[in-house]
Design a protein around this ligand. Structure first.
Ligand code: LCS
Length: 407
């Protein structure tokens, strides 16, 4: 076994295995010890970070020194993404997590304990609805879901035990909007923090904190990552709230983001406004095409004047986004034919990717809603959801036209 390394000066150096592991210290001194000035933030693919000495380590653990300890709790690549996103959302601090659902559970457990209560809008991503109706009740946390179009519904549902108001606007998949400023005013008067899931808009189109909300959540899997290659989530809020989310909830539950995924999000952010502008332009053309198509019953898109909350969308958002839902005159079967016959569009869940994605909420993303719940919140069993991508819009429209001809 080659276990000794010839240092060239006759001295017996460390063994090969030792060099494999510690050789980088040599590199640290002689190769990396010059200015780097990398234009792209490096991926700090390190699980742990060295302390200068025992007292330094103890000081970090006491919270007296801001040094890095361990990647579950913080890492320079994560921190670069967090500070960038906090800045874009105009918040004090951010916490990146392994998924949007990790962000949701971290936020909820940072606000609530057993016996507490949450008021939420009644149309939510199906996973969030399952968390609220199945998982949280098992932990003794109850959730009241109310129609989100009227802020008075939130006022009525808040009780002495309410510790969080949870909004998703525009909502997935009905594109129902909630008036963030009005609900925040109602909740503030009762001392309850408001969280807004800003996944559909991104900070480019909507800044909930400026409208009075306290916490912003993103499934960064979607437009922030933007390329369909990462699952991630992020929370933005006051520095002390984020610190507690990190040092109590994340520390114990462990849903941290990997440095590589944080790097992919940093890369996604660089093109976010360019991509969003194109998503919106394409979605507007597709929504108009669908509106005039003889086989289409109705189109839901906040950029169309036919959207019942068109004025609120204009006031609250800087653009209508890239998501469209529609119903066909031929109902659910016609929708199935379209989904089975598109060629350019991909039949897949998720959204916010460069690719156009099509899916059926009632049996896919929102299958966690019972049939009665689906009808109650306006997720029609025939509804088809489209996440309009960045292809040439005439190609997206040609694909839909071809599939609609068969429906
Ligand atoms: N919030 C919203 C508005 C979402 O749309 C999703 C996922 C989540 C939170 C959860 O984020 P994740 O853990 O997946 O990163 N929405 C999905 C969808 O509509 N299709 O697949 C996932």
């Amino acid at each position: 076994m080659a276990d000794e390394h010839d240092t060239g000066d006759g001295a017996k150096g460390p063994g090969f295995a030792t060099l494999c592991i510690h050789g980088k210290k040599h590199l640290d001194k002689h190769e990396v010890g010059r200015p780097i000035r990398a234009v792209s933030t490096p991926i700090f693919q390190s699980s742990t970070f060295a302390f200068e000495n025992a007292e330094h380590g103890a000081a970090i653990f006491r919270g007296e020194d801001p040094g890095y300890v361990y990647t579950r709790l913080g890492n320079p690549t994560q921190a670069a993404f967090e500070s960038e996103l906090a800045y874009l959302e105009q918040g004090e601090a951010a916490l990146a997590l392994a998924s949007g659902m990790a962000a949701a559970t971290t936020a909820v457990l940072n606000c609530c304990r057993s016996g507490d209560h949450i008021v939420a809008g009644d149309t939510l991503y199906g996973g969030t609805h399952q968390l609220f109706t199945q998982t949280l009740p098992r932990l003794g946390i109850t959730v009241t879901e109310v129609p989100a179009t009227d802020p008075a519904n939130f006022a009525r549902a808040i009780t002495k035990k309410t510790r969080l108001v949870y909004l998703e606007t525009p909502a997935n998949p009905t594109l129902v909007l909630t008036d963030i400023a009005a609900v925040s005013e109602v909740a503030r008067a009762r001392g309850v923090p408001v969280l807004v899931d800003n996944t559909f808009c991104t900070p480019y189109l909507q800044n909930p904190l400026k409208l009075g909300a306290d916490i912003v959540l993103h499934s960064a899997t979607k437009y922030i990552g933007g390329h369909g290659d990462t699952v991630a989530g992020v929370l933005v809020g006051k520095a002390d709230w984020i610190m507690r989310a990190r040092m109590e909830v994340l520390r114990d539950l462990g849903g941290c983001i990997s440095p590589f995924n944080a790097w992919l999000l940093l890369r996604g952010l660089k093109t976010l406004p360019v991509r969003m502008d194109r998503h919106i332009a394409n979605a507007m053309e597709v929504a108009q095409f669908l509106s005039f198509h003889p086989k289409v019953e109705s189109v839901i898109y906040p950029g169309l004047k036919t959207h019942p909350q068109y004025e609120l969308a204009r006031r609250q958002q800087r653009g209508a986004g890239g998501m469209i839902s529609f119903l066909l005159k031929g109902g659910r079967e016609a929708g199935r034919v379209v989904m089975d016959n598109v060629q350019l569009c991909t039949l897949a869940v998720s959204l916010g990717d460069v690719d156009t994605l099509i899916e059926h909420p009632a049996t896919m993303t929102h299958s966690t809603y019972s049939e009665a719940e689906l009808l109650k919140v306006g997720i029609h069993p025939a509804m088809v959801r489209l996440s309009v991508g960045l292809e040439n819009v005439e190609d997206i429209i040609a694909d839909l036209r071809r599939a609609l001809a068969l429906a």
